[in-house]
Design a protein around this ligand. Sequence first.
Ligand code: FAD
Length: 216
Amino acid sequence: MADYDVVVVGAGNAAMAAAISAREQGAGRVAILEKAPRELRGGNTHYSGGLQRFAYPRAEDLLPLVPNVDEQVPGFLAGVEPYPQKRFAQLPVDRMSCLQTLEAYNAAVTPGVFDPTVRDGLATQGLALPKSNWAQRLDTPPFTAWPVTGGITFTFGGVRVNDRAQVQSTSWTSIAGLYACGEMLGGLFHGNYPGGTGLMSGAVFGRIAGANAARA
Ligand SMILES: Cc1cc2nc3c(=O)[nH]c(=O)nc-3n(C[C@H](O)[C@H](O)[C@H](O)COP(=O)(O)OP(=O)(O)OC[C@H]3O[C@@H](n4cnc5c(N)ncnc54)[C@H](O)[C@@H]3O)c2cc1C
């Protein structure tokens, strides 16, 4: 490691921003250490696809922003592909429980105006596991199905840094040569977070961390 000017740990969005920034700011040799296998590198960045989320009613509404989106993501304008019928029949679920869950959900949805751009308050009432916004009845065919799972978008806690992304010790002094960015960094979010800020935080503090590490 002595041969490197800057060593970056991890290869997600924040780390890559730091590494690029370090090179741009004059670091001759930058090493990136990634623990995961190549196909899984980039932790949460991998799962988010490195994308910022925006709410639009139709795919075509993105064309003014990304005119060649269908070239970049083939089939984007065709919409999402429904779960194939033959696989639907093979879904590993108890069909009767599935139907009862669906009927209970439909009965619990409260009336109102659906608005995907805000928390519209369209909720379910009386379910053990409530849906608090954007609840619409699933009662109009054609129906499609996707396998889904739970996940962690990002963590709120982490190490304390100053405005140069230098990690702070418990006595509030900077630890020489140690910088942090991305999900490693704590103190930015409290209670909740504005959409899109996970990747933005990593890009901003990644660039700051990389630049300061290169200049140190
Ligand atoms: C499903 C999903 C959707 C999301 N949607 C959005 C969105 O729309 N907009 C948005 O802004 N944010 C979104 N986020 C959050 C955003 O993706 C993350 O905040 C961001 O990607 C975190 O980047 P990171 O570089 O800090 O961490 P990661 O991308 O998690 O990278 C960390 C890297 O460090 C590696 N690593 C860990 N430990 C070690 C070790 N000891 N040694 C070496 N390497 C190590 C990991 O393998 C990984 O590659 C979403 C997250 C998820 C999961």
